[in-house]
Design a protein around this ligand. Structure first.
Ligand SMILES: [Cu+2]
Length: 243
């Protein structure tokens, strides 16, 4: 009974909590992260509930009852019980395989490179972010992205390790000095978000954030131009936005 109650409570929490804990999500990967959190929590609920219910039941059922001189006799040992061992092994194996397949499929979906991908060079340094749009001459302290267009972030650092974390886009990766780490996502909703640093990187780490926004492709072409993009680059953006 305790197990059942805790399983149901954990399952409900798994469905409801991520919705309240996560920021508003602006990309396909953000949605995948949300689904993964719900799925993993719901699957873990019966396992966690089992551990807690055994602990609670033991505390209640085998507590010390007044004037007992001898401890009560122990129950049969679990070691050597083929049924319990088998159920435990099979359940663990099935759960781990399901989670592995789920995780790998989400990961491999991210690795696909599309032909009209927009490349953005992300550089972390103590204590700010810089975003470069190759081929346009634009460099900005603000991350502006067109909606429904695959983005490739080429993430690096000029000093210590930082963590590129636009939480609303559902991606996060370390920014390492002298190494370019690639991470991809496709923003699928227009809105504002914040790029944070997820690695403790020095005194002003907590101030290391940059404004971000997902805009329509027309707005993106206009923004590029306002940032002094070469006209040929802005024209190219306008073409992509029309196609
Ligand atoms: Cu940092």
């Amino acid at each position: 009974m305790i197990w059942l109650v805790l399983t149901v409570a954990g399952g409900i929490m798994g469905v409801v909590a991520p919705h309240h804990l996560l920021t508003s999500l602006l990309s396909n990967d953000g949605t995948d992260v949300w689904k993964t959190m719900v799925f993993f929590t719901v699957l873990a609920a019966p396992v966690a509930a089992f551990v807690y219910s055994v602990a609670i039941y033991s505390l209640i059922g085998w507590r010390h009852r007044g004037n007992q001189d001898e401890p009560p006799e122990d129950g049969p040992p679990i070691r050597g019980n083929g049924f319990v061992t088998g159920v435990w092994l099979i359940t663990s194996t099935v759960l781990v395989i399901v989670l592995l397949v789920w995780g790998l499929s989400v990961w491999s979906a991210q690795q696909v490179s599309h032909p009209d991908t927009l490349q953005v060079e992300v550089t972390g340094q103590q204590w700010l972010w810089t975003f470069k749009y190759p081929g346009t001459g634009v460099e900005s302290r603000e991350l502006v992205l067109p909606v429904n267009r695959p983005i490739e972030f080429d993430v690096s650092s000029v000093d210590v390790t930082h963590g590129f974390w636009p939480a609303a886009l559902g991606v996060q990766v370390d920014a390492n000095p002298n190494v370019v780490t690639v991470i991809r996502t496709t923003p699928d909703r227009v809105g504002k978000f914040t790029v944070r640093c997820s690695q403790l990187c020095g005194l002003y780490h907590s101030f290391m954030y940059a404004p971000g926004s997902v805009v329509t492709s027309d707005q993106f072409a206009t923004w590029l131009q306002s940032q002094g993009a070469t006209s040929s680059a802005a024209d190219k953006e306008a073409q992509v936005s029309q196609s």
